[in-house]
Design a protein around this ligand. Structure first.
Ligand SMILES: Nc1ncnc2c1ncn2[C@@H]1O[C@H](COP(=O)(O)OP(=O)(O)OP(=O)(O)O)[C@@H](O)[C@H]1O
Length: 270
């Protein structure tokens, strides 16, 4: 069953404010994307190609100029542009900067408990649930009453993932969620995300770094001319979108000082 579907999405941004004489910049043109239950779709694209804009439309944070967005077959937003609470809980996101995505006054407990507060759980049960979620992302729950911003970037991003998991969502949008972290922390987080995939949630994994995809995505799309185009599976012999070749080229130095095997690895995706 389809979790979210976007069809015929157009979106332009007005340059320089409402009364600007700059022409609007078209970011999405007839864009379509469908994600099924439990599926992990990677959305690649160079910077500024519209990946995050598409992700925000899918989360109901942005309204397209044209096109339809649906969640489990029903419109994502109601006639007044609002999302019903059950849909909001079902669609979660983890963004690039965990410090910007959390309050510096909040403890680790506050961050993870936030989406659960409306459930009205007794305090002891809420703390047990937060502890279980912290375990799920391999964080020690013992210091949950310390300020979240005292954590390292990698630990705080795990906390943000725990917050996204808290309402048992159907889909999590990971918008460059590991890109700001060092290589070792990135690798550990990717191991965690691969494990979480087994829990049956769907993911939209947005990145401009195709090296992160290996073994994670069921399907890969790449933004080209304002729309996500499917990337054929490796070895299928089908032509791949030009935008993917550009991303590959950007990965390789002009005169790569690498052995053939290592170069082949840089070329492999997913
Ligand atoms: N609120 C906004 N107002 C005006 N222009 C915007 C706005 N949000 C995004 N843009 C512009 O739309 C284009 C697409 O932005 P978007 O963030 O979706 O790209 P992206 O592919 O996610 O890039 P990145 O990888 O750098 O995050 C960019 O040129 C950006 O400057």
């Amino acid at each position: 069953m389809t979790v979210v579907a976007l069809e015929g999405i157009n979106l332009s941004y007005r340059g320089g404010g409402l009364f600007s004489r700059h022409p609007p910049r078209t970011v999405l043109r007839d864009a379509a994307l469908r994600i099924n239950e439990g599926e992990c779709v990677a959305l690649l694209g160079r910077t500024g190609s519209g990946k995050s804009t598409l992700g925000r439309i899918l989360l109901g944070l942005e309204r397209p100029d044209a096109g339809t967005a649906s969640f489990r077959g029903a419109p994502l937003l109601n006639g007044r542009g609002r999302m019903i609470p059950a849909t909001r809980r079902a669609l979660q996101a983890v963004f690039q900067d965990p410090y910007g995505a959390t309050s510096q006054r909040h403890t680790a407990f506050d961050v993870v408990a936030e989406p659960l507060l409306q459930d009205g759980l007794p305090r002891a049960m809420l703390r047990d649930r937060v502890a279980a979620l912290m375990h799920q992302v391999e964080l020690d729950p013992a210091p949950m009453d310390r300020l979240a911003h005292r954590m390292s970037g990698g630990q705080l991003q795990r906390l943000c993932i725990a917050r996204a998991l808290a309402p048992c969502p159907a889909l999590i949008v990971l918008d460059e969620a590991v890109n700001s972290l060092d290589a070792e922390t990135q690798a550990h987080l990717m191991v965690l995300l691969r494990r979480l995939r087994q829990d049956g949630m769907a993911f939209l994994f947005i990145t401009h770094d195709l090296r992160l995809l290996r073994g994670f995505a069921d399907r890969v799309c790449v933004m080209q001319d304002g729309r996500p185009l499917p990337v054929p599976p490796p070895g299928s012999g089908m032509p791949e979108p030009a935008a993917l070749a550009e991303l590959r080229a950007a990965l390789l130095p002009a005169r790569p000082p690498v052995r053939d095997g290592a170069r082949r690895e840089a070329h492999a995706i997913a």
